[in-house]
Design a protein around this ligand. Sequence first.
Ligand code: CO
Ligand code: CO
Length: 342
Amino acid sequence: MEKVYLTKLAPNCGCAAKVGPGTLAGVLCKLPKFHDEHLLVGTETSDDAAVYKISDELAMIQTLDFFTPVADDPYDFGQIAAANALSDVYAMGGEPKTALNIVAFPKEMDTEILGEILKGGADKVLEAGAVLAGGHTIQDDTPKYGLSVTGFVHPAKFWKNYGAQTGDKLILTKPLGTGIVNTAIKADLISEAREAALRSMKTLNKYAAEILKKYTVHACTDVTGFGLGGHGTEMAEGSQKTLVIDTKSLPILPDVEEYASMGLIPGGAYRNREFAGKAGYESSAELWREDLVFDPQTSGGLLAAVSAEEAEKLLAELKGLDLPCAVIGEVIDRKDYALLIR
Ligand code: CO
Ligand code: CO
């Protein structure tokens, strides 16, 4: 197989390639409004996936995600893109059932590379317990890969990205910093952070979701392109609460402080900061920790607002999954701003 550095082919990698939330909102608001009483979650609340009620016992979750290479190794890239796409089903408390490949691949590139990307994706779908049922491939100068995923959930028991209650603890199930680490990799700085980031991005949120289901979850989302700050803002706005983020408690990938202090911050972090600024945030944290809060994550962890009494027991169980995770803050009554970063 021809050796290609996949991440060199795209200006932005992974979820950092996402169009900013502000830009998107400006376009989406011009689309016609849809009404269907069976649509339990649509676009209004910027949730992770759509939820459509089929019967009193069953609702369908639909989501799709695809992006440019976030790893040089095609098998790694395939696994990460699939784990990231499947994640939105887990963030709703559902189970993935079917998946379809979404692929863009350069005409001149070795097709063995494509085979490895697809194998990575297929292996993750298998691990998720879902079936890969088809896909669509187009020619494009930059490789892109992802999945459209359909999952099932009980129509009365799914997790929304709002509903957080005053006094809830906030739990994050994966370390932050994938955007910063990927920026460092693009600048040819490599370290143990690379392996740690790959491992975290490849991990399915399935395992964390299975644990969360045993506890009282008031709101849940996965932390991806809009960063902890962006997705946290959406949770705060939807819940009409303020989220307190204790930056010293954040689980972090190795060497992120060094890279962030060197200014290796992906462009998406600035867009995310701007988006959060509209809902308002107050911060007394050091700059690099603030940058980390807004760092776009690829295949990031679940952010859950859980009842305070259960938080410690839940966290202890999550620690058994062997990825850095933590209680990162709490939910308070609504202030003039959505986030209090300290
Ligand atoms: Co999501
Ligand atoms: Co998504």
